[in-house]
Design a protein around this ligand. Structure first.
Ligand code: PMP
Ligand code: GLN
Length: 389
């Protein structure tokens, strides 16, 4: 393994899912639903496959039907207009969109300011592109993690090429507010930065919180690469259909990298996702409400089990602080040690947030649980975690 990748080893998701299989524990680690998305969308994929749609290489930028559906979705939800021919690119999940964007837009040595904790592929892709990551730490305030705007401004140097934003944010569940996004946009304009924004959890936002796409802020439309994914919104994480929307020059750049990574992917699934994006608003509302009920079940259960809970405004993850469990049970507040021991002790798998930090100490006591699981599975997990104390 070369020096750029040596520090990354195996992704925590593979490690913890393997641990769940080995121990038979309930897997609240890796974020994937245990129930597939809508039956009619699964049927649409079968129909496409049977009709021979997409069984051979689809067009490089994605099939026109899907690019049109992505564009229509951005317009319907946010009033943002993207030309399906020049401003939309279909990718092999958001993962490839992230990789292709960073490979296309970074010069070696360029700095990327990213919110810490960050989704693990960001660090690896910045490294593969020869860039340097500059983390800005989200800090716990009462029951959420917040961005310090002064720290963000201070992180930008003459070598900064882009800001890598994620809202709703994995793993903290933070949804950036209008004020925070306005400040990010002003900074990007003032320092002439590109912004790559990972908005894969755009439809999983609860209560008062609202998802606002960064591309909609003044001065951002031409400098922002927005990333979305069908995996999260339609509960088909195995289909690996993601996308990028951006100005034509940015989409052309990302496409240049994408064509040598996968060229194309997910032929028949692209047809199905085109139909999924056109589902009525009732689908999106019901999906969100269902996930909100699961959030409340798990968040309440974890609090009753003795964890400090940061009640997420978005995503399907809840971050906890394990220290209130006590020195012995929390392994002295070491989330890694806690998560390695948890399957044996409680039959539950979770993710130590420290893996998403450069400042490991800042992330040490935090542990993430996924709630995109059936009610009875969450209830059983809560029961087991309560028995820990
Ligand atoms: N970004 C974030 C923040 C994610 O949580 C995930 C998936 N867990 C991805 C990107 C990757 O999405 P996909 O499965 O579409 O590649
Ligand atoms: N995005 C999912 C999570 O955060 C996992 C994706 C993966 O396994 N790479 O848990």
């Amino acid at each position: 393994l070369n020096r750029r990748l040596a520090e990354f080893g195996t992704t925590i998701f593979a490690e913890m899912s393997a641990l769940a299989v080995r121990t038979g524990a309930i897997n609240l680690g890796q974020g994937f639903p245990d129930t597939d998305g809508p039956e009619e969308i699964r049927e649409a994929a079968v129909r496409a496959l049977r009709a021979g749609h997409g069984n051979q290489y689809p067009p490089g930028p994605g099939i026109p039907e899907l690019r049109t559906a992505i564009s229509a979705h951005q317009q319907r939800r946010y009033g943002l207009l993207f030309d399906p021919d020049t401003e939309v690119l279909v990718t092999a999940g958001a993962t490839e969109a992230i990789a292709a964007s960073l490979l296309a837009l970074l010069e070696p040595g360029d700095e990327v300011v990213a919110l810490e904790p960050y989704y693990d592929s960001y660090a690896a892709c910045i490294a593969m592109a020869g860039g340097k990551r500059v983390p800005v730490t989200l800090r716990p305030h009462e029951d959420s993690f917040r961005l310090d705007l002064d720290e963000l401004r201070a992180a930008v140097t003459d070598r900064t090429r882009l800001l890598l934003i994620n809202t709703p944010h994995n793993p903290t569940g933070t949804v950036l507010t209008r004020e925070e996004l306005t400040a990010i946009a002003e900074l990007a304009v003032e320092r002439d930065l590109l912004v790559v924004t990972d908005e894969v959890y755009e439809h999983l936002v609860f209560g008062e919180a609202e998802h606002l796409p960064l591309a909609g802020f003044p001065g951002m439309r031409e400098r922002t690469v927005t990333i979305g994914s069908a995996g999260k919104t339609f509960s088909f994480t195995g289909w690996k259909v993601g996308w990028v929307t951006a100005a034509p020059e940015l989409v052309a750049a990302v496409r240049s990298a994408k064509q040598f990574l996968t060229y194309v992917s997910s032929g028949p699934f692209q047809y199905a996702v085109a139909e999924a994006l056109a589902l009525p608003d009732t689908y999106f509302t019901a999906f969100r409400d269902d996930m909100l009920a699961k959030r409340d079940l798990l968040a309440t259960g974890l609090a009753e089990a003795g964890f400090k809970v940061f009640r997420p405004a978005g995503t399907y993850f809840v971050t906890t602080d394990i220290r209130p469990l006590g020195t012995a049970l929390s392994q002295e507040g070491d989330g890694f040690a806690f998560c390695r021991a948890l399957p044996e002790r409680a039959g539950v798998v979770a993710i130590p947030n420290a893996v998403f930090y450069d400042h490991r100490d800042a992330g040490a006591p935090f542990v993430r649980f996924a709630f995109c699981k059936r009610t009875e599975v969450l209830e059983e997990a809560v029961k087991r975690l309560k028995a820990l104390a």
